[in-house]
Write a protein that binds this ligand. Structure first.
Ligand code: MF3
Ligand code: CO
Ligand code: CO
Length: 259
């Protein structure tokens, strides 16, 4: 483990890696349609990363077999893309990818709708996105890390959703998973961990329709809600600046080569 506090030069590289991750997510959207398998989506992501000079940080990580995670409907996180998992109208899917470029990792995920989805599914997905964005908006120097969880948990609860406590955000940079852990629920242990300029971490709340209790499939990765109800997640990689924070995993204007 290294300490995830980085220099302005490192920020340029994180920006570069974040841009590729965001472009890959921009690209995959058009393929999320009824009839496609999650393994096909994974292959498209893998080809996009290769063509853009980046590598999946997931492939081979602790034996993980694919280039991204595809978490459909009741899957909370870490769904493994499969050839026999065919998307159908009304499904919701989280596509989560971490990529390495120029020695730096960036990590982001979004929800996608397969055709038209139910109002209740869309409301869950939108709320997960709102929770992530609200948490990002309060990040800056001097703010305790516990504020992230406070914001997310209270917003989710106001809409009647629970927040998964089994999976957390993380420091990121020269490695994919680093200290500190980022809780998406209020925990006083993070009251004393204060954001400083240069700190880089993910915010990736997982919201559940009902209970956040999870079970892991026999593949050792795929985490589902125990009650079979829907779950949704959004994720960005951010860096703390002097003024507030910067989101790395957004698509940039072309021209910055990250050096
Ligand atoms: N992208 C995931 C995260 O948000 C990490 C996935 S690790 C994998 O932390 F091995 F499951 F791909
Ligand atoms: Co991720
Ligand atoms: Co992450």
């Amino acid at each position: 483990m290294t300490n995830s506090v980085y220099t302005p030069k490192d920020f340029k590289r994180l920006r570069f890696a974040g841009d590729i991750v965001s472009r890959a997510l921009d690209h995959i959207g058009q393929f999320v349609k009824p009839g496609i398998s999650t393994a096909e989506l994974d292959a498209i992501v893998a080809a996009f990363l290769k063509a853009n000079g980046a590598e999946s940080s997931c492939l081979g990580y602790r034996g993980y077999p694919k280039s991204c995670c595809t978490s459909v409907n009741d899957v909370i996180v870490h769904g493994i893309p499969r050839g026999d998992e065919i998307l159908k109208t009304g499904d919701i899917i989280n596509i989560d990818l971490t990529a390495e470029a120029k020695g730096f990792h960036a990590d982001s995920s979004r929800m996608f709708y397969v055709g038209a989805v139910s109002d209740h599914a869309a409301r869950l997905c939108e709320t997960a996105k709102d929770c992530m964005n609200s948490a990002i908006s309060i990040c800056g120097p001097g703010v305790p890390l516990s504020e992230i969880g406070r914001v997310i948990e209270s917003m989710a609860a106001a809409k009647g959703y629970s927040v998964s406590k089994d999976f957390v955000g993380h420091g990121i940079g020269k490695v994919m998973h680093d200290d500190p852990q980022i809780y998406h629920f209020y925990d006083r242990r993070l009251d004393s961990v204060i954001m400083v300029p240069g700190m880089v971490f993910t915010i990736e709340p997982m919201l559940c329709e009902c209970s956040s209790a999870s079970v892991i499939d026999s593949d050792g990765w795929t985490a589902r809600t125990k009650d079979g109800r829907l779950s949704a997640q959004w994720e960005h990689t951010i860096g703390i600046t002097e003024e507030g924070c910067e989101i790395f995993t957004v698509t940039k204007e072309r021209g910055d080569d990250g050096t």
